[in-house]
Design a protein around this ligand. Structure first.
Ligand code: MN
Length: 172
């Protein structure tokens, strides 16, 4: 028998492989604070997403074109160009205009959210980022892989009440 001496560990590995084989959603993180960038990236990777990142607004545009992320987290205050301007450019480009953009900014001043939405951002998160908040917002745009052990819905069947609700998790 070739079973592992550590069946739990083997099971865990198999599960991780399974999750790894499913197509991961890719998130581009644009954040000029290196520590903040690293934390966001680690958090999203642990949560099952693939990440790309940059500290520069202009680089975000070429990364978005080249790698077609499924979502962009956009810091607004960047050293080279405003995240709002980057968003406008991305939303004018037919190659990138469909990518949802979540604005992230410390300037939680009145009118900021409106400005972000005017520039084409699809959602807005204020800093300091509350993790549960961030994940819920990200998950509302991208369905993460189903939790381990959950049943797959037969195709064509829609879970009642799941369509288009802006979604707080049902456990709340
Ligand atoms: Mn910044």
């Amino acid at each position: 028998m070739s079973t592992s001496k550590y069946p739990d560990a083997a099971e865990r590995t198999k599960t991780l492989e399974h999750r790894g084989n499913a197509k991961r959603k890719r998130i581009l993180i644009v954040e000029d604070n290196q520590i903040g960038l690293k934390l966001l990236s680690q958090l999203l990777r642990v949560h099952g997403y693939e990440t790309l990142d940059t500290t520069k607004g202009l680089e975000a545009i070429s990364l978005a074109r080249d790698y077609r992320p499924d979502l962009i987290l956009m810091d607004i205050r960047l050293p080279d160009i405003s995240g709002l301007e980057v968003t406008r450019l991305l939303k004018q480009d037919h190659q990138t205009k469909c990518i949802p953009i979540i604005a992230v900014t410390a300037f939680a001043m009145l009118g900021d959210e409106a400005k972000a939405l005017e520039s084409g951002c699809d959602a807005y998160i204020a800093k300091p980022v509350i993790i549960a908040n961030l994940l819920r917002t990200v998950d509302s745009f991208l369905s993460p892989l189903p939790p381990i052990g959950s049943a797959v819905m037969p195709s064509g069947e829609v879970e009642p009440g799941s369509a288009g609700s802006p979604s707080l998790s049902p456990s709340q």
